[in-house]
Design a binder for this molecule. Structure first.
Ligand code: DX5
Ligand code: ZN
Length: 216
């Protein structure tokens, strides 16, 4: 699997060494959690921080928008070498149009869904997206416990992908750690986000290479 550490769990007032650590440990993406205080209760950061982070990282960026108006961010993020751009299905009314816009701006469109949102809400757009971000905690904060019921959703999503010969990647975000990474890989997950498990462990390099060695 690929690893996308979430800088939300890093020291936001001292991001440079954290970004360096991600490069040194050969992580695959830098995951940015943009929260607007409306879609989720927490408020984090927006484009200015991501823009400054770009100066200190050559890794691909993976931006997770937990905001009520994702369209507002598309143009601004396109110029920052953002590879994956996730919006939440619960926030939008015209998903196919938004997906097209993200693609036109050169980014991989990704749909995110909360633990309580069923897969049926996104089935119609699965042929259009390049990635599905399955939330395994209620979005808003790093350091929460993985919601075990989400395993069944991941399994169904991987089965749907096989059955319909679709090509999107599956990303899991929230409470991922060394204890559940094996099972996620076996279910067919391609990318995991890790906040606390990466930034609070004694051996981030070991954690990264272990996650990256796992596959179905
Ligand atoms: C939660 C965010 C996650 C979070 C991951 O709303 O989307 O990306 O920062 O942190 P951990 O791995 O600590 O749950
Ligand atoms: Zn996230």
């Amino acid at each position: 699997m690929k690893l996308a550490p979430s800088v939300l769990a890093a020291d936001l007032a001292d991001l440079k060494p954290c970004l360096r650590l991600l490069e040194e440990t050969a992580c695959d993406y830098v995951h940015f959690d943009v929260m607007d205080g409306h879609f989720v209760p927490n408020l984090t950061y927006g484009v200015p921080l991501i823009k400054d982070a770009r100066k200190h990282s050559s890794l691909p960026f993976d931006v997770h928008l937990m905001v009520t108006d994702p369209a507002y961010y598309i143009g601004q993020l396109a110029s920052l070498d953002v590879q994956i751009l996730s919006f939440h299905i619960e926030a939008v009314r015209f998903a196919p149009r938004l997906i097209r816009l993200i693609r036109e701006h050169g980014m991989r469109p990704s749909v995110a869904l909360n633990p309580q949102t069923p897969l049926t809400e996104i089935e119609h757009i699965l042929p259009l997206v390049g990635n599905v971000l399955v939330m395994s905690v209620d979005p808003g904060f790093a350091g929460q416990d993985f919601i075990e019921q989400v395993y069944a959703k991941i399994e169904s999503l991987a089965a749907f992908r096989d059955e319909h010969e679709l090509v999107f990647t599956i990303q899991v975000d929230g409470g991922v750690n060394a204890g559940n990474a094996d099972e996620l890989a076996e279910l067919g997950v391609d990318i995991v986000v890790a906040g606390k498990a990466f930034f609070s462990c004694d051996d981030p390099r070991g954690f990264a290479s272990r996650v990256q060695s796992l596959s179905r």
